[in-house]
Structures are given as C-alpha cells and as structure tokens.
Write a protein that binds this ligand. Sequence first.
Ligand SMILES: CC(C)(COP(=O)(O)OP(=O)(O)OC[C@H]1O[C@@H](n2cnc3c(N)ncnc32)[C@H](O)[C@@H]1OP(=O)(O)O)[C@@H](O)C(=O)NCCC(=O)NCCS
Length: 184
Amino acid sequence: MAIHLAKPSIELLPSYLEAIQEGNFCNMALGFADDSLTEIVKDKDAYLYKINNPSSWKFKLPNGAEFSITDHELYWITDGKRFIGSLPLRYAGDVEFIENFCGHTGMAIRPSLLNKGYGVKALMHAFELGGAVAKSKGLKFILASCDQKNSASKRLIEHAGGKLFRSHDGFCGAEPNLIYQIFL
Ligand SMILES: CC(C)(COP(=O)(O)OP(=O)(O)OC[C@H]1O[C@@H](n2cnc3c(N)ncnc32)[C@H](O)[C@@H]1OP(=O)(O)O)[C@@H](O)C(=O)NCCC(=O)NCCS
C-alpha cells in the first residue's frame, strides 16, 4: 500500500497508540512527542495540539546546556489507515545544537514494521515535502545525525545521499555522533 506523510490527527491516533505499545519507540523529535499511553489518553486533543504546534521547543543535554528549536514540525508516515512512523523536521534553532546533535530531521518506524523497507520508501516523501519547505526557508542542505552504532540509521542516511559532515566524540555530555549533510 502507498505511503505518505500526514499531520498527526485524531483519526490516526488509535494506530499511534498501538504502535507505542509494540516496544521501544521514540519519535526522534527531541522528546517533545514521547508522552506515555496514559498521558495521551487522558487528553488526546491536548497531545495532538502540542505535537502540531510549531512554536519554540527547548531541549537540555546531559551537561545541563539548554538549546532551542524555533521552527519545527512533526509528520506521521502513514498508509492512510495505519501509523507507520514519525518524521520530525527542524528548520531553525540554535545552530551548534543542530550541527552537532540533532540535525534538521530524524525518522522512526514503529517497532512491528522495522526493516521492511518503510524507511527508504518514506525518504522520497520526506524530500518532496520537507525538502520543499526547507528550501523555501532558505536551507540549501539538511543535516541528519546518527549514533555511530546505529547501522540502520547510517544505511538510511546513505540511501538519502548523505555525506559525512562532521563526527565528534560527544557534545555537551551526549553520545558520540555522526552528522551527515544531504543537499536539497
Ligand atoms: C532508522 C530506521 C528509521 C530505518 O527504518 P526501516 O524501515 O527499519 O529501514 P528500511 O527497512 O527502509 O532499511 C533501510 C536500510 O537499513 C538497513 N537496516 C534496517 N534495519 C537494520 C538493522 N537493524 N541493522 C542493520 N541494517 C538495517 C536495511 O537493510 C536497509 O539498507 P539496505 O538497503 O542497504 O539493505 C529504523 O531503524 C528506526 O526507526 N530506528 C529507530 C529510530 C532511529 O534510530 N532513527 C534514526 C535516527 S535519525
């Protein structure tokens, strides 16, 4: 079935709730969408409002340094019926944070659908939609970061044409990271 990107919605929320019960799942959105099942069902509208809100978001690294993302969006990867994964896009914020830690984007596929080709399929849509918005905001390339041991993420970034931009042994107490540059 064809997949596309959609804004988080009440229609897809039941499938998202199933997905987060399948095992470890992180939206790769700097924690801002990772509420627990109990928290979400307490107020579904509040959760959807929060994760669709593009205003500034702060994130603290292990050494206490705090950084802001000032323009961001979260998309859900879907086949129209099921939540398949998450695709956060970060267009602007503290540059050293984006360049050394989180990059402009990330991707997470739900646990039951890992390693079935959905990540690669979602890339095309990420470029069409996220790439176009990023270009309109003046970005010439996007950065994607990955943990050195995360082979799936490395392969996915290579599929996207990513070229190594920077590597470091840790940033503000966070783990070593590889940061790739993907030209739009
Ligand atoms: C990274 C991630 C999004 C890839 O999505 P996916 O749908 O599982 O990946 P695909 O099935 O499209 O495969 C993409 C490539 O990764 C490889 N791959 C997938 N899972 C793998 C694994 N566990 N170990 C090694 N390689 C793996 C695939 O073989 C493929 O490479 P190939 O074309 O050379 O064979 C997914 O693993 C994930 O959600 N991980 C958890 C969150 C995360 O770490 N995100 C990355 C941070 S940006």
